[in-house]
Design a protein around this ligand. Structure first.
Ligand code: NAD
Ligand code: MG
Length: 385
């Protein structure tokens, strides 16, 4: 039996992971499950999977969690330090599926503990990429990318040398507003932005897909996971989301990974790696799909693409600043406080105010993150005054 922990167990990726392991429950022993504030969801998942430990991030919900778990024998814990402890509770496979930079400390702790870490929490790698990759090298942990594009690239690279890669082609659906004009995009509502045409995901990443900041974050994520140089990573819009990314080698042979847009496919890949497991996912019906379309992304209507590349080129804490400003702006958009096009404007404003020193430790990253959040708040106050 492999010992597994899931960080962000109540979210979209977390529940997909639970769905897969419950189909093969003999193979897995659940050590820890975590959530931010959804006590009922966490307690139900912990009971159903017979977890040893359940951790709620929001400390004020500790008593509620204890009560929800009473009589089950499952240990309850709460708070950020408990999330970090849970990452060192003896799992040999962990899913990092907290959303946002809030996942950074637990993800780092899991990496430092060694074992295998399946990474969905892209914001942690965007914010602290070099430090995280150093931690992987130091501990000997195995980092498996779960983001569908990065999982696709990982699969395309199997058996090849990174030196032989000519180009990585990161595919993007283009989101729900791929064909909208700038004028039309001004009036977009949160409900429209979270309705992704191909994927069912959490609210934050859905908005990121709509602004294409998601692809910007993925560019930075790819640059850390697959060190071929930023100028060798290209973004290509492919609206059908059938090809999840491609790798072109120096002999000009190109490999692509294809599949239905169902996160359980890359999650299953990470669960079974280096083997394979069966999933309940739809097989790909290419005859029905009929054709695959591609287009160049438009970074005028989607400035987030340009901003992310700018932050990646600046390096240091610039990607952490980009990410933090984006998290604040997306939350404000979801709250109805700002417009859709304001998101990238706020990110650009915050990003251009800072130089980007190289962080020596995680605290330096979190300090930059906190400053950028504060600045994004000021920028927003001016905008809405
Ligand atoms: P979600 O919003 O559905 O779930 C987020 C999870 O994180 C929940 O369990 C929530 O309780 C927990 N959480 C939120 N804030 C927290 C905090 N401050 N402290 C501790 N826990 C907290 O998000 P999701 O769509 O599952 O995405 C999770 C991560 O995976 C994100 O980084 C996202 O970019 C990435 N990802 C998701 C998908 C997808 O299909 N959903 C695909 C690729 C990558
Ligand atoms: Mg992705």
């Amino acid at each position: 039996m492999r010992k597994i922990s899931i960080f962000g167990a109540t979210g979209s990726v977390g529940t997909s992971t639970l769905d897969l392991i419950q189909r093969e429950s003999d193979a897995w022993q659940v050590i820890a499950l975590t959530a931010h504030s959804d006590v009922a969801g966490l307690a139900a998942a912990a009971r159903q999977s017979n977890a040893r430990l359940a951790v709620i991030g929001d400390e004020t919900r500790y008593e509620a969690l204890k009560e929800a778990l009473s009589g089950s024998g499952i240990e309850a814990a709460a708070g950020e330090a408990a999330l970090v402890d849970a990452a060192q509770a003896g799992a040999d496979w962990s899913m990092a599926a907290i959303v946002g930079c809030a996942g950074l400390r637990p993800t780092m702790a899991a990496l430092k503990a060694g074992g295998t870490v399946a990474l969905a929490n892209k914001e942690s790698l965007v914010s602290a990429g070099a430090l995280m990759m150093d931690a992987v090298a130091a501990s000997g942990a195995t980092l498996l990318p779960v983001d569908s594009e990065h999982n696709a690239i990982f699969q395309c690279l199997a058996g090849s040398r990174i030196e032989d890669v000519a180009r990585i082609i990161l595919t993007a659906s283009g989101g729900p507003f791929r064909t909208r004009s700038w004028e039309e995009m001004q009036a977009i509502t949160p409900a429209q932005a979270v309705a992704h045409p191909n994927w069912s995901m959490g609210a934050k990443i859905s908005v990121d897909s709509a602004t294409m900041m998601n692809k910007g974050l993925e560019l930075i994520e790819a640059a850390h996971l697959f060190p071929v140089g930023l100028d060798r990573i290209e973004i290509l819009v492919h609206a059908q989301s059938v090809i999840h990314s491609m790798v072109e080698f120096r002999d000009r042979s190109t490999l692509a990974q294809l599949g239905s847009p169902d996160m359980r496919i890359p999650i299953a890949h990470a669960l079974a790696w280096p083997e394979r497991m069966a999933t309940p996912c739809q097989p790909l019906d290419l005859a029905r799909i009929g054709r695959l379309d591609f287009e160049v992304p438009d970074d005028v209507r989607f400035p987030a693409l340009r901003l992310a590349r700018q932050a990646a080129q600046a390096g240091g804490v610039a990607p952490a600043i980009l990410n933090a400003a984006n998290e604040v702006a997306v939350a404000a958009f979801l709250d109805g406080a700002i417009g859709f096009l304001d998101i990238a404007m706020i990110v650009e404003d915050v990003l251009n105010r800072y130089s980007a020193p190289v962080p020596r430790q995680i605290d330096d990253v979190l300090e930059a993150d906190a400053q950028a959040r504060k600045m994004a708040g000021h920028v927003m106050e001016r905008l809405t005054a």
